[in-house]
Design a protein around this ligand. Structure first.
Ligand code: MN
Length: 291
């Protein structure tokens, strides 16, 4: 099995190292392609207006001046194009990617990119900081917890399997490995939007500047959500859909908006997927016949 690893905290992050150790437990064929710098909050951004630069740091270790999305594309479509990875792992992020965090997360985006390229992908994060731990000050992540539980979790997930177009988002709780209560298949939670605020400051020249701040705020999470799981010392496993369509609303809107009969019905997602797969197969066959 070939594994490609990326993250959003950058090539020097401890979590990347931890994830590499976990992956090495599963296979010898591990490749690391990660951003040069901290890309936390980069979400699924793609570098289009600038060239990508890549450094080879060691055998199978590359740093890319770009986003996690750039890194996965570089890995799958350039470095490993002859033999694409069987699994993409992104993380382990220093800090939770729960509830609405998912929409900002470069870590989750790395796994989304893998999924879009047709490769099973898992995002991994570990809880730290006062919002989730409920403790003041900066709480260092307990890396021993993913170290002890990570490989077994990935094995279980691979055995179970999951459909194409679904990304797995894992969050490790902030507790010692022995205090983990188990695994929980969770739903995406919802944060109190009040926790985001703008810090208004002055620089040394008296000019205003602003910083996005996160105010520690804990609402009681709904049971069965990712927020609930990690606060209850479970490892949270949330399957996320890449198809953002809300079918109920679409049907409702169709009834209101589509008065004429000429609006074509969208084909079922499976038909579209099958078509895309066929096209991918043809492209691959073309490449091979050229080689
Ligand atoms: Mn990060």
């Amino acid at each position: 099995m070939r594994i490609l690893i990326t993250n959003d905290d950058g090539i020097e992050a401890t979590g990347l190292n931890v994830l590499e150790k976990i992956a090495t437990d599963l296979t010898d064929d591990v490749w690391v392609v990660a951003p040069e710098t901290d890309n936390s909050g980069a979400s699924h951004s793609l570098t289009l207006a600038e060239p990508l630069r890549m450094r080879e740091l060691a055998k199978r270790h590359y740093a890319v001046k770009g986003t996690p999305t750039d890194c996965v594309i570089m890995g799958v479509r350039f470095l490993l194009q002859q033999q694409p990875p069987d699994l993409v792992l992104s993380g382990i992020n220093r800090g939770q990617n729960l509830a609405d965090d998912i929409t900002y997360s470069g870590t989750v985006a790395g796994a989304i990119q893998g999924t879009l390229l047709g490769i099973p992908s898992i995002a991994m994060s570990i809880i730290s900081g006062p919002v989730e731990t409920g403790q003041d000050g900066r709480q260092a992540p307990i890396w021993e917890t993913p170290m002890e539980h990570g490989a077994e979790l990935i094995r279980k997930l691979l055995d179970a399997g999951w459909p194409e177009g679904v990304v797995i988002n894992v969050n490790f709780p902030s507790c010692e490995p022995g205090a983990v209560k188990g695994l929980a298949a969770t739903a995406q939670g919802l944060r109190d939007p009040g926790f985001l605020r703008i810090e208004d400051r002055l620089d040394t020249r008296g000019r205003a500047y602003y910083w996005v701040g996160i105010e520690p705020r804990r609402v009681k999470p709904r049971e069965g959500t990712d927020l609930w799981a990690v606060r209850s010392n479970f490892i949270s496993v949330t399957p996320l859909c890449l198809d953002y369509t809300d079918q109920k609303t679409r049907e409702k809107l169709a009834a209101v908006l589509e008065s004429a009969k000429e609006v074509p019905k969208a084909p079922p997602a499976e038909a579209e997927q099958a078509q895309a797969k066929q096209a991918q197969g043809r492209a691959r066959a073309d490449r091979h016949s050229q080689a």
